[in-house]
Design a binder for this molecule. Structure first.
Ligand code: AMP
Length: 396
């Protein structure tokens, strides 16, 4: 349940509303927006505010300019893309804050119009959550809206600072993301299956532990499964492994047993002679990885096993590829899992940068109940943490 106020719970008519959006979009070398998904995701909130005659002041970060003005990280391409999507002029400022910006908003801007400030991270005060910077931004508006779920886990000025000085509410994207992810964790339809992949166990320590208290089964694939095989005493050859996490992996295997969670690891592995897209490959049972080979994908028997698990589940959460899906020779497992989840009639929730890249690659983007726009933020929710960008909003 989302227990924070949203734009619908506050009078926005004839008000100046500053909206934190996540326009951290990928750009090509000619500075064209390659993927406008994040901009599209903000449109529900922006349309609502336009329809309700607010002056809309957008702010976002883009890339990592490290507190300096870096031309290639300016927000002009994002502003142009937004103009195309809403078929309306969007005034873009070259500063995050100045007296001129304030004067324009106050005196020249019409209600129902949109302006966008320059990349917040050009100012070092953004990342350091500087109170002077936060107050300057807050002084531009009457109301603060956070619709940047992808940045909600960062205690930066525009996320955790500005809302301290204004009535602060959530946008529709923020509401939907937090609502979906928390209800999946708190009251899933059962059986509840989580599928985790990716390269490192250390990125998901708290997530695995928290999920083991919630799910009925946990499937673990990808690079991080090898640390678990080591915990079981298997030879893993040259496969990726975090030695310092072996004890943690043992602890998680025990916790799964204690909590009655089916902990499923791949049973066969596609191994490669070296870490290369054209490397020789073969499939072996997981107990038989030769010392000088490495596992880069799951084998057909594992795919079958995981597909069965997907078929019998009512809620499925997936984060992380189960192999090096970027390389054709090692993509079969991730592709099969992605398809099986997409075809399932369960509630399906997916998140994480690589996972989103995979579902895009296989043309499956529209086929899940919810695709989370925030990798880091969704992970923190799954860890059971409260996001700083949500905590600071007004309670219902
Ligand atoms: P992460 O950044 O931790 O989410 O991991 C995603 C990356 O893990 C992807 O780029 C995959 O190429 C990589 N990956 C998946 N399986 C393996 C594996 N078995 N060995 C090495 N890397 C892997």
């Amino acid at each position: 349940m989302f227990n924070k106020k949203t734009v619908e719970d506050i009078e926005v008519k004839n008000k100046k509303v500053i909206v934190r959006v996540d326009y951290n979009v990928p750009l090509d070398e000619n500075l064209n927006v390659v993927d406008n998904t994040r901009i599209k995701l903000s449109l529900d909130t922006l349309n609502y505010l336009m329809d309700n005659d607010a002056k809309i002041i957008l702010m976002s970060h883009l890339g990592r300019p490290k507190g300096k003005v870096v031309d290639k990280f300016r927000l002009d391409p994002a502003a142009k893309e937004l103009e195309k999507l809403i078929d309306k002029k969007v005034k873009k400022f070259d500063e995050t804050y100045s007296e001129e910006v304030k004067d324009y908003i106050e005196n020249d801007m019409d209600y129902g119009d949109i302006v966008i400030l320059e990349n917040l991270r050009f100012n070092p005060g953004e990342k350091s959550n500087d109170s002077v910077f936060s107050k300057s931004l807050a002084s531009l508006a009457d109301i603060y809206v956070n619709d940047a779920f992808g940045a909600a886990h960062r205690a930066h000025a525009s996320v955790a600072g500005v809302p301290k000085y204004l009535p602060a509410v959530a946008g529709f994207l923020m509401q939907k993301e937090v609502d979906t992810l928390t209800s999946v964790m708190e009251s899933p339809r059962r059986p509840f299956l989580a599928i985790l992949g990716g390269s490192k166990v250390s990125d998901k320590l708290q997530v695995i532990k928290n999920l083991l208290g919630k799910v009925d089964s946990l499937v673990l694939g990808g690079g991080m499964s090898y640390t678990f095989y080591r915990a079981k005493g298997f030879e893993i050859g040259k496969s990726i492994c975090e030695d310092e996490q072996i004890d943690y992996a043992k602890e998680m295997l025990k916790l799964a047993e204690k909590n009655n969670v089916d902990f499923l690891l791949p049973i066969d592995i596609v191994i490669a002679s070296e870490y290369d897209k054209d490397a020789d490959k073969k499939v072996v049972p997981v107990q038989s990885i030769p010392v000088d080979w490495m596992g880069l994908d799951i084998g057909d028997k594992s795919i079958e096993l995981f597909e069965k698990e997907i078929e019998k589940s009512e809620t499925i959460f997936w984060n992380g590829p189960v192999g090096v899906f970027e390389w054709e020779k090692f993509e079969k497992g991730t592709k099969a899992i992605a398809k099986a989840i997409a075809e399932s009639s369960a509630i399906t929730v997916v998140g994480g940068g690589d996972t989103l890249a995979a579902i895009k690659k296989y043309n499956l983007s529209g086929k899940f109940s919810h695709v989370s726009s925030g990798g880091g933020a969704s992970m923190e929710l799954l860890e059971g943490k409260e996001l700083p960008g949500v905590a600071v909003l007004m309670d219902k």
